[in-house]
Design a protein around this ligand. Sequence first.
Ligand SMILES: [Fe+2]
Length: 254
Amino acid sequence: MIIAQISDTHIALDTPDADRRLQDFAATIADINALDPASDVIVHTGDIVHNGRSDEYAQARAVLSDARAPVHVMVGNKDHRVNLRAAFSDAAYLTTNSEFIDYAVEDFPVRLIMLDTLNPESNKGDFCPQRVKNLIEMTDAETAKPIVVFAHHPPFEVKVGPDPINFDPPDTMTALRKALQHSDRVIAVISGHVHRSTTGQVDTIPASVMPSIATTLRKGDYSVDMKTRPVYAIHRYDPKWGISSETRIVGMGS
Ligand SMILES: [Fe+2]
């Protein structure tokens, strides 16, 4: 099973690099479409748009409509739950009763659990008791398959960024980490938000972050010829070996 992860596209209409962000997004989807073997699913780990506006979501939606693999979206701190739901109103996975955009994907050998770490008042993440309850219930809803959890805000200390803890208050990250350890079937936790590539752990569970697709917002060092090439992540699952991950550079072929 092949999961293509994209994150932090930050589509905006009123910023000097608006066209660049759209081009980065579209080029990434085109690159994923050309993968051989093809990806089974594309997960967008949030900050789809920059200001939560409906007209931004319309642009993002248009780019994602070119994707060949099924796409699953979730919220980042820049997203807006109501406008996101409206833009993706035909997506059955968003029609749950949860007030949060959290859901499980049951279509694959690995279950995908998408979390909502949005705090509308802050750029940092939140994980309130209701969301802890939802995560535990989603985890327990099936007891055979391994699980990969996606959360926009990384639930581990990110030492390379300006602020290592991306939750406020920090205890909500502790609550999330504890809930992730509720089952030993969780084999990976995958995030975005910090716009750079890094890894960490949730106890013994490997955790990772991919850079932003928006090249103008990307953090970290990249060679000159990579400045306009987005990078995205491929996570492969194998029943024997578990998850292995790879970073791909758009437009560089195999
Ligand atoms: Fe973010």
